[in-house]
Design a protein around this ligand. Structure first.
Ligand SMILES: [Mn+2]
Length: 266
């Protein structure tokens, strides 16, 4: 097979796009990204096998009934990507944790749990890789972890989603204002806590994965460390508005570099 230096790889990982109708620049990057994938799927040997979106695809999600109409354009884009041959896996983040079955149906995505172990074939070797949004590792921020436990409770979600949309928006606004007062990490992106190393090592060991890919902290990097006396790595994806839309592919996990979306072919 002829090697091509300027094509996307087979499995892609992105997170923290924070798509927002008010941010047309990010929307147009997203459109360009999806169109590039669809274009590649039409080329022999250039198809994108899978796209993993590891949380915070959307800036806010107030329930499928409220938010699908707002994000219909992006959802249609995702569906077209799936129709062109890419498997789409989406994890809920701390912004869009209320994405549900109607969203999955409309976008063609499979919603995946957090954390989520997968097997990637890297340099002809199968490797266990753990995927996460990343906020589960931020255990130094106890107020945030308390908040997370509350809003991820199925009963709380059921009751929240049963309320009228206007009431849900008001509750979310009040929660945000409350969190600003308490200086919790969910306020602004610069205040997001970083991960706790002990927590993530424990979770990686539980899943027997030496590689972890996550987003959320908006601190893109590759961290190398030892886990059970073996090399381990933690790949942190960037967000799409302050750090310029980086993505990771399964190729790059071996190459250890971040590919700028800006460098993708038009
Ligand atoms: Mn997040």
């Amino acid at each position: 097979m002829k090697a091509s230096s300027n094509t996307l790889s087979k499995v892609l990982f992105i997170s923290d796009l924070h798509l927002d109708p008010k941010r047309s620049d990010i929307q147009s990057y997203f459109d360009q990204f999806i169109n590039t994938c669809i274009h590649d799927n039409a080329q022999p040997q250039k198809n994108i096998q899978a796209l993993y979106i590891l949380g915070d695809l959307f800036e806010v999600w107030m329930g499928d009934d409220a938010s699908i109409p707002i994000y219909q354009h992006s959802i249609t884009q995702l569906k077209q990507l799936v129709n062109s041959g890419t498997e789409l896996y989406i994890m809920r983040g701390n912004r869009d944790f209320l994405m549900g079955a109607d969203f999955a149906r409309a976008s063609g995505a499979t919603l995946i749990a957090d954390p989520y172990p997968i097997t990637l074939t890297i340099e002809h070797q199968k490797q266990a890789v753990l995927l996460s949004h990343g906020d589960i590792f931020c255990t130094d921020d106890q107020p945030y972890m308390d908040f997370r436990r509350l809003v991820r409770d199925p009963l709380w979600q059921q009751q929240f989603l049963a309320k009228p949309i206007t009431e849900r928006i008001a509750i979310a606004r009040a929660m945000r204002e409350n969190s600003i007062k308490s200086q919790s990490a969910i306020t602004t992106d610069t205040e997001i806590s970083d991960v706790n190393q002990d927590t993530l090592e424990h979770i990686m060991l539980t899943h027997q994965c030496q590689t972890l890919i996550h987003g959320h902290t908006h601190r893109p990097a590759v961290h190398q460390f030892y886990l059970h006396n073996k090399n381990a790595q933690r790949i942190v994806l960037s967000d799409w508005y302050s750090n310029k839309k980086n993505l990771w592919s399964d190729d790059e996990i071996t190459k250890k570099f971040v590919q700028k979306f800006d460098s993708l072919p038009n």
